[in-house]
Design a protein around this ligand. Structure first.
Ligand SMILES: [Zn+2]
Length: 152
């Protein structure tokens, strides 16, 4: 990190703070040559490791794309999807990890999606958790019912 005042190539970190959503780190730095201080914002990287072993940068767009299909015909708007993707990202980043398995991203989607729309949740869960029988659906619906009754 070059000093913006004298272009000295090194700097010393005097303070680091992570943004609330975990997506960036704010650093106070001091130049050892001219002693002036400056602030940098650095994005923290979050990689998603796919089953194939290939990793890619986490993307909210991909979360939205994955969930949109399950929401077809449901009263779920683009704003809802964007908010859900943000919740998913914040939840993952709050764990303070730099890498996550694709399956874990799916897990992180389930809870906010259940809050958003139960039918979309069932559709998504059936694909993600590979439901392969009526019993799997029954068990999932049963747990939704139990939750609803608890709230009532
Ligand atoms: Zn300097």
């Amino acid at each position: 990190m070059h000093c913006p005042f004298c272009r000295h190539p090194d700097s010393r970190v005097v303070d680091s703070r992570t943004a609330e959503d975990g997506s960036s780190i704010r650093r106070r730095r001091q130049c050892p040559q001219c002693s002036r201080r400056f602030t940098t914002m650095e994005a923290t990287s979050l990689s998603v490791v796919k089953r194939s072993g290939v990793s890619e940068e986490f993307s909210r767009q991909k979360v939205v794309a994955g969930v949109r299909k399950a929401c077809q015909g449901r009263p779920v708007g683009e704003d809802d999807l964007a908010k859900l993707a943000q919740q998913v990202e914040e939840k993952i980043r709050s764990q303070g990890i730099a890498e996550i398995e694709a399956d874990e991203v799916g897990l992180a989607i389930l809870e906010p999606l259940r809050e958003l729309d139960q039918v979309a949740y069932l559709r998504f869960a059936s694909v993600y958790q590979s439901f392969d029988s009526l019993e799997d659906f029954e068990a999932a619906i049963e747990s939704l019912r139990a939750e609803r009754d608890e709230e009532a």
